[in-house]
Write a protein of this length. Structure first.
Length: 623
């Protein structure tokens, strides 16, 4: 605090100092006796203390920190020794010297206090900066910005607006209001970004407004203060500081409005230059944090959009898997969150942050994306032979029949031309042979059609297939092959399912494609495990899975959880070209069986079934 127009005081400890007291009074000083009750509250004014022989300076120095100490005895520990014979002029000199000393001391104290306050504000600013940089959630960030800036400036109330330029007309979104004097009945609202309102004016002009009293605004200003709210609440705003929050391109991203700044004693005070500068620095930090939060949100939305588009692309190729990825993602996230809540001690320490859950969800959504790299005829293959190949075989069989018939006719003609004996007997034999051969061909065809289905192949059918391959067939280019060729035999000989070993490997390669595709994407650190999780959904605990044959704990936990949900959904979802859907209870027994055989995690299957996740999944599947 400044000594300003204040007058100094003298403190005398003895009546013997009366001529000092008189000279001081003559100069406009106050005079206190050391035992005066008033001295306590005026001790800062004391510029000179006159000590008698008995008084020691040490105790008094603590009390009168800005004063000089004088005594008549040379033995005293005072600053100055004044002779008892000192005349009026000498005493006045002493008083002037003391006053100079006192004023300098007051100034030094005041500067030290200011330096302390600035240092504290700098510390607060850097603490706030650190706090702001940790927030990703926008609402929490805005709350911190307003609360901390009000704290630093000691303001009773404040509001925060964000600029929204995404619509046709720019608007200000009233995001937050705080006031220590009453509970603000806050509702988020939008107002046009025009200079008609105080916040709008600051947002559009980029100017700061430092208003001493909003009820005494100068006439002619484009904006006015809307007092309807205050009238309703019985509140009175006087001083107001409104400042824009600008990003690095100097674009206004929002407006901070502070009202009723108070000093330590609670008295209303203006927003001085120093606090304006502090709040300006804070507004700059706030703008950067708001923009960073918006960028993070944009990136997340971009990822979300990209993931959804990728899932749609896979499902477009194979409509029978429609919804599979979304259901697996949903159930995997639900199931993994149930693990730490279960009684199983294995999962007690499992902590799942929101980032970890997002990572798992994206991995599950994209787990089958690699199917994009599998040929469609393999991906959608319903039977062992493709439709085209079966058609070719049907023509070959028909051609073979025609050839047999033609040969029989030729034989009859030959009999007629050569007037053979017993021609009728010979013709009947030709017919009989033809019927037999045609019937055998029919049998062959039935075997081919039956073997073509993805059901279990009978041994008898397999023998038939070998015979059919041995049946000679003259191809159109003159080469002799079997009625079915080696490739047909290989495909039809698959004992279960519709895929040859090569085709099965091609389907299985989707996991490798998934992992390779996802590894190319620049995932942020918190999502960096997505390729590893998604790429391990076909690994099995005993090492029999693919692509890497990982064992037990080598498989990420999220992938083990996903495997359970993936198997269940694949079994129960709508019919696929290559297999029919089965009931929820049948699928549950298959899961139990696979867990017993050590392929998937028994504990995770138990939690899945106990939580009846399979039933809620079925409801989703059946719409
Ligand atoms: Fe898969
Ligand atoms: Fe899948």
């Amino acid at each position: 605090m400044l000594s300003g127009g204040r007058r100094p005081a003298i403190c005398v400890t003895d009546a013997g100092f009366s001529k000092f007291a008189e000279s001081a009074r003559a100069l406009g000083w106050q005079v206190f006796r050391h035992d005066d009750g008033l001295i306590e509250e005026n001790r800062e004014l004391v510029a000179l203390v006159m000590l008698d022989d008995e008084s020691a300076a040490a105790g008094a120095r603590v009390l009168f920190q800005h004063a000089l100490f004088a005594a008549m005895s040379a033995d005293s520990d005072a600053d100055l020794c004044v002779p008892a014979t000192a005349d009026t002029e000498q005493i006045r000199q002493l008083l002037r010297h003391s006053e100079g000393h006192w004023r300098r001391n007051l100034k030094v104290t005041q500067l030290a206090t200011e330096v302390g306050i600035r240092r504290q504000r700098l510390r607060q600013l850097s603490d706030i900066g650190a706090q702001l940089s940790t927030h990703v959630n926008l609402d929490a960030l805005l709350d911190t910005i307003l609360t901390e800036s009000r704290n630093i400036a000691n303001c009773e109330g404040g509001s925060l607006y964000l600029a929204d330029r995404t619509g046709e007309e720019p608007t200000l979104v009233f995001k937050l209001a705080q006031n220590d004097a009453f509970v603000v009945p806050f509702v988020e609202a939008r107002l046009p970004m025009t200079s008609a309102s105080i916040a709008g004016y600051v947002a559009t002009s980029g100017e700061e407004l430092n208003i001493a009293d909003v009820y005494s605004l100068e006439p002619g200003l484009p904006f006015r203060f809307n007092r309807s709210f205050e009238d309703k609440m019985g509140y009175r705003t006087s001083s107001m500081l409104v400042m824009p929050m600008r990003d690095h391109r100097q674009e206004v991203v929002g407006v901070l409005q502070f009202v009723n700044r108070r000093d330590r004693s609670g008295k209303l005070v203006d927003f001085d230059q120093e606090i304006v500068e502090v709040l300006r620095a804070l507004a700059g930090q706030a703008a950067i944090s708001i923009q960073r939060s918006a960028l993070v949100r944009n990136i997340n939305e971009l990822f979300e959009g990209f993931v959804r588009a990728s899932v749609k692309t896979i499902e477009h190729r194979d409509p029978s898997t429609s919804g599979h990825s979304f259901r697996v993602a949903e159930s995997t996230v639900q199931l993994i969150q149930l693990l730490p809540q279960s009684n199983n001690s294995r999962f007690r320490g499992l902590v799942l942050s929101s980032e970890a859950l997002r990572e798992i969800r994206y991995a599950a959504l994209l787990h089958d994306f690699g199917k994009i790299g599998v040929r469609e005829e393999v991906l959608l293959k319903a039977n062992k032979l493709s439709g085209d190949r079966l058609e070719v075989l049907r023509y070959r069989f028909e051609l073979q029949r025609e050839r047999l018939r033609r040969r029989a006719v030729e034989k009859e003609l030959h009999l007629l031309h050569h007037n053979a004996m017993d021609i009728e007997v010979a013709r009947r034999r030709v017919h009989r042979d033809l019927e037999k051969q045609l019937s055998l061909l029919d049998d062959y065809w039935v075997s081919v059609v039956r073997a073509n289905k993805p059901n279990l192949l009978e041994d008898g059918d397999f023998q038939h297939l070998i015979e059919i391959r041995e049946e000679r067939f003259l191809d159109l280019d003159g080469t002799i092959t079997g009625l079915i060729d080696d490739h047909d035999l290989l495909a039809l000989s698959v004992r279960r399912g519709s895929l040859t070993p090569t085709e099965r490997r091609e389907i299985e390669s989707h996991v490798v494609h998934t992992r390779e595709f996802l590894s190319v994407l620049p995932w942020p650190t918190e999502l960096s495990a997505i390729p590893a999780i998604a790429g391990a959904h076909h690994e099995r605990l005993d090492g029999s899975g693919y692509p890497d044959g990982l064992i037990g704990e080598q498989i990420p936990l999220a992938a083990r959880v996903m495997a359970v949900c993936d198997i269940f959904d694949a079994l129960t979802a709508m019919d696929r070209p290559y297999k029919s859907a089965i009931s929820s209870s049948q699928a549950a027994s298959i899961l139990q069986d696979e867990a017993r055989r050590g392929l998937i995690d028994q504990d995770i299957v138990d939690i899945f079934l106990e939580a009846r996740l399979h039933e809620s999944l079925m409801k989703v599947v059946n719409g």
